[in-house]
Design a protein around this ligand. Structure first.
Ligand SMILES: Nc1nc2c(ncn2[C@@H]2O[C@H](COP(=O)(O)OP(=O)(O)OP(=O)(O)O)[C@@H](O)[C@H]2O)c(=O)[nH]1
Length: 301
C-alpha cells in the first residue's frame, strides 16, 4: 500500500487470436472483451481499468494487427491498433506459444520503431506439451528486441498474470487517477450488449460466418415495470445465405443466440433483460467506409 497514486496506460498488442482479450479480462477481473476461437473478434479498442492498492492500470485492448489491408474494415482495424501505441507507459506484446508468424514479425517491427518499453508475453503455455521446446524458443525471441522482460503465461488459466501485474506497477508513474476507483470500462452497456450478441453469433454459427457480421443496438431502454432493460438488436449480414445461417431451421439458431445473449446480459447488468433480435442483409457494407462510420466503427480512430 502506498499513499501516492500511480497510474498510466498499457497497450495489449499482438496478431489476431493470440489471447489479448482473454488477458485483458484476467487483468481486470471481469468479462469486458469478448473472446472466441475465430480471429479478429475484437474490432474496437476496449479499455479496462484496474485500480488497486494505490495503482491504476488502464489497459487498452487492440484489434489484432495483421498484414492484409485489402478491405476497408481491415485497414481501419489496423489503424485502431496502431493508434493505441501512443501515450502508453508500457506495451504487453502477446504471442502464441512456440508459434512465430509473419504477422508477429510485423507487430514486432512496429514495436521496435515505437521504442516503447515492451514486455513479451508467451501465451498459451498450457497448450505446450513438450515443455523443453519452450526454453530455446524463449531465448530466441528474447534476442529480437530489448524487451523489459519475457514472461511465459497462460491468460486462460491465469498462470503468471501476477508477474505481469507486478511489472506493470513498476512502470506506472506517480499521477492522479484518470478515473474514479470503481470505474472499470469506458464501454457503455449498449456497446457491451452488442458485443455479447456478436460473441454468441460467432459461437453458435461456427466457422462459416465471416467476421464482417455486425450488430446494432437499435433500442436500449430501462423498463420501470420490469425494473429491467428492453433491448432490440439488429444483426447485419452480407448475404442472404448468412441470414439463413443465423436464423437456422425454424428459427432454432437465433433462439439459442438470443437466449444465451440474454442470460449473459442479465448477469452483467444484474437486471432482467427482454431481448429481441432481427437479422438483415446489408450487402457490401464492409467495403463502404460511410456505412462503417454510420455503424460507429470510425469515431474512435
Ligand atoms: N489454451 C489456451 N487458450 C487460450 C489462452 N488464451 C486465450 N486462449 C484462446 O485463444 C482464443 C483467442 O483468444 P482471444 O482472447 O479472443 O484472442 P485475441 O487476441 O483477443 O483475438 P482477436 O480479437 O482476434 O484480436 C480463444 O479461444 C481463447 O480461449 C491460453 O492461455 N491458453
Amino acid at each position: 500500500m502506498t499513499d501516492k497514486q500511480h497510474c498510466g496506460f498499457i497497450a495489449i498488442v499482438g496478431r489476431p487470436n493470440v489471447g489479448k482479450s482473454t488477458l485483458l479480462n484476467r487483468l481486470v477481473g471481469q468479462k469486458l472483451s469478448i473472446t472466441s476461437r475465430k480471429p479478429q473478434t475484437t474490432r474496437h479498442r476496449i479499455m479496462g481499468v484496474d485500480t488497486r492498492d494505490g495503482y491504476q492500470a488502464v489497459y487498452v485492448d487492440t484489434p489484432g494487427l495483421h498484414i492484409e489491408e485489402k478491405r476497408v474494415i481491415n485497414r481501419l482495424m489496423n489503424r485502431a491498433a496502431s493508434s493505441s501505441l501512443t501515450d502508453v507507459e508500457l506495451v504487453l506484446f502477446l504471442v502464441d506459444g512456440t508459434v512465430w508468424t509473419a504477422d508477429d514479425e510485423m507487430v514486432l517491427n512496429k514495436l521496435i520503431k515505437s521504442e516503447l518499453p515492451t514486455v513479451l508475453l508467451i501465451n498459451k503455455v498450457d497448450n505446450i506439451k513438450e515443455k523443453h521446446e519452450l526454453f530455446p524458443h524463449l531465448q530466441e525471441l528474447a534476442n529480437k528486441m530489448p524487451f523489459v522482460d519475457v514472461v511465459p503465461i497462460s491468460a486462460k488459466k491465469g498462470t503468471n498474470v501476477d508477474t505481469i501485474e507486478k511489472i506493470v506497477r513498476e512502470h506506472l508513474p506517480e499521477c492522479d487517477y484518470y478515473f474514479p476507483e470503481e470505474y472499470v470500462t469506458d464501454r457503455s452497456q449498449r456497446f457491451m450488449a452488442s458485443e455479447i450478441i456478436r460473441e454468441k453469433l460467432m459461437r453458435f454459427t461456427g466457422e462459416e460466418l465471416p467476421y464482417s457480421v455486425t450488430v446494432e443496438i437499435e433500442r436500449f431502454d430501462f423498463n420501470p415495470e420490469t425494473n429491467g432493460f428492453d433491448i432490440n438488436g439488429l444483426i447485419l449480414v452480407e448475404r442472404k445465405g448468412q441470414k439463413k445461417m443465423v436464423i437456422g431451421k425454424g428459427g432454432d439458431k437465433i433462439k439459442v443466440i438470443g437466449r444465451e445473449a440474454r442470460l449473459d446480459m442479465e448477469d452483467l447488468f444484474e437486471r432482467k433483460v427482454y431481448l429481441e433480435l432481427w437479422v438483415k442483409v446489408k450487402s457490401g457494407w464492409a467495403d463502404d467506409e460511410r456505412a462503417l462510420r454510420s455503424l460507429g466503427y470510425i469515431d474512435d480512430l
